[in-house]
Ligand binder design. Structure first.
Ligand SMILES: CC(C)(COP(=O)(O)OP(=O)(O)OC[C@H]1O[C@@H](n2cnc3c(N)ncnc32)[C@H](O)[C@@H]1OP(=O)(O)O)[C@@H](O)C(=O)NCCC(=O)NCCS
Length: 175
């Protein structure tokens, strides 16, 4: 990794200002075949609507949004912590939408996002994190390297963007 990368948490106003570049990252990932809630084709309007909802969630204090940027400020990747939980799980959070643009992959951007995510979760008083990802996908190795524990697989849990079933692996991490 030669190019400097900055990873940081963004507030509600900045999240709202980043909707278009975040939509670029989401669309790129879905077009690259990632199963991250959306099907192909993913219209830009749908992608921007999703990020508007995320920015609103950040404004309400329900989500933490992290972004990774290059030297020019271009958004390379992102991940979220969903803080809002039932009353009996105040110590837990879900991790969602780990996305790195294809042109920025295999340079440690996701690894950096995960390290920052742990710090941000701890700062929110969260000690148990949960996420799910496509079984057999590249992200499984990433999470295991970052100390996440594999809880199990649910076959046919979701669809790939082209409509094929995919299994989902659930991971957790105790901070
Ligand atoms: C999964 C994903 C987030 C990984 O992002 P990334 O930034 O490429 O991840 P990293 O760079 O930290 O690690 C990826 C690989 O690059 C390698 N790598 C990291 N830095 C490197 C470097 N400087 N030089 C060479 N290789 C490097 C890692 O060892 C890892 O190798 P492996 O996949 O063979 O085990 C990305 O592929 C992605 O966005 N996929 C689509 C969306 C998705 O599936 N998200 C997960 C949803 S839960």
């Amino acid at each position: 990794m030669t190019e400097p990368i900055t990873v940081r948490r963004v507030g509600a106003d900045e999240a709202a200002a980043c909707i278009e570049p975040l939509a670029d990252v989401l669309i790129d990932c879905v077009e690259g075949g990632a199963s991250v809630s959306f099907m192909l084709p993913l219209p830009r309007e749908k992608a921007t609507h999703f990020w508007r909802g995320v920015a609103d969630g950040v404004a309400r204090g329900e989500r933490v949004l992290l972004i990774a940027q290059d030297r020019e400020g271009q958004i390379l990747g992102t991940v979220q912590i969903i803080l809002s939980m039932p009353d009996n799980q105040p110590h837990r959070a879900d991790v969602a939408k780990m996305l790195v643009h294809r042109r920025a992959r295999r340079r440690g951007v996701a690894q950096r996002l995960l390290a920052a995510l742990d710090d941000a979760a701890r700062a929110q008083g969260k000690t148990v994190l949960v996420l799910d990802t496509v079984t057999g996908g590249d992200a499984e190795r990433l999470y295991e390297r970052a100390g996440w524990q594999r809880a199990g697989v649910v076959p046919k849990y979701a669809l790939m963007p082209d409509g094929a079933f995919c299994g989902t692996t659930f991971f957790y991490k105790h901070l």
